[in-house]
Design a binder for this molecule. Structure first.
Ligand code: SF4
Length: 326
């Protein structure tokens, strides 16, 4: 018996899975500590993760029995945002004339961060975090709808220690969008307990933690801390090359002089080399952000303070109730 819940072989337990330490600990707890049957780890593949995470997931699947279900966001997860002719028109500019062919099935095409930016004519931001909705929440909801053969319990690795918002969550609630019960089994666990769970079951944490990252998710996430961006710039500079290419492609497709993956308040203005032709506001390119992250900004003085890691944890925590962006 678990806090009023009777484990039942007739039930399916679906863990919303990012490949980060909390989702891995949740899977291990359910399958190794609780011996629960019918556990599925649902991973929404944004095609914007680190190669290290993809390799880690494959290693968990092959060598540790991870019951991984990787789902691909598609244009179906954008339905209702724009009318179909508009979608065809915008995608054709970026990805070729075939998008204008009426025989070409728009809705089954993959959706990723770059395509989302082309369709929205902007990248997401902390204030407009449409990435989580279109790349994670809606694809998972679609999967849940298509897999209704067993009664399902949704399980997430959300922990109280991560943020004030998360601390206020109940261990058991009803998830309104899916109608399923949602369970947060490791809600009260500390970071140490999470890593201890990995050790106890002989499963390594995602190698990105050892490389200096504090969270696992998009590579990078729009909300990445300066310290993590610095680590990325030093150890994985190709991640910035990819961002630059994505910014340039999205800008060409939308007819804008430039587009930025990061918001204009990510860096001080002296690290803004681009200007919006409509609002005349300056903003940083991915290259500017890389230079800023690598630079010697005084962490606790003047303007730089606004941009440093003195934000609360809440500013970085995913607001999705499923904890989809660790
Ligand atoms: S990890 Fe960050 S960039 Fe990726 S979907 Fe979540 S909030 Fe958006």
């Amino acid at each position: 018996m678990i806090e009023g819940h009777e484990p039942n072989p007739e039930l399916r337990y679906v863990v919303t899975f990012s490949g980060g330490k909390d989702s891995v600990a949740t899977w291990l707890y359910l399958t190794r500590d609780m011996s629960l049957p019918n556990v599925t780890c649902l991973f929404a593949n944004t095609n914007h993760e680190s190669e290290i995470t993809y390799q880690y997931l494959e290693d968990l699947r092959q060598h540790h029995g991870l019951p991984l279900e990787s789902i691909q966001p598609t244009l179906e997860d954008f339905r209702g945002e724009l009318v179909e002719p508009k979608i065809r028109e915008r995608m054709a500019v970026a990805y070729g004339e075939r998008w204008l062919d009426p025989e070409f099935d728009v809705w089954s095409q993959p959706l990723d961060m770059e395509r989302l930016a082309v369709l929205k004519r902007r990248f997401p931001s902390t204030m407009a975090r449409f990435c989580t909705i279109h790349l994670k929440v809606l694809p998972m909801a679609r999967w849940m709808k298509q897999n209704r053969d067993l009664e399902t319990i949704l399980v997430t690795g959300v922990r109280a220690q991560e943020s004030l918002a998360r601390a206020g969550r109940e261990t058991w609630t009803r998830d309104e969008p899916t109608g399923c019960m949602m369970w947060l089994p490791i809600h009260k666990w500390t970071h140490e307990q999470v890593f201890e769970c990995h050790r106890r079951h002989g499963v390594p944490p995602n190698p990105l933690y050892r490389a200096g990252m504090s969270r696992v998710g998009c590579w990078p996430c729009i909300m990445c801390r300066k310290s993590e961006l610095a680590t990325m710039a030093r150890r994985f500079p190709e991640a910035f090359d990819r961002l630059e290419a994505m910014e340039q492609k999205a800008a060409r497709a939308t007819g804008k002089p430039a587009m930025s993956f990061f918001s204009n308040y990510k860096t001080p203005e002296r690290f803004h080399s681009e200007t919006c032709d409509r609002t005349c506001k300056s903003f940083p390119s991915a290259t500017d952000v890389k230079l800023w992250a690598l630079g010697d900004e005084p962490a606790k003085s003047g303007q730089a303070m606004l941009f440093e890691d003195d934000w609360t944890e809440d500013a970085y925590a995913c607001t999705s109730q499923y904890g989809l962006c660790e």
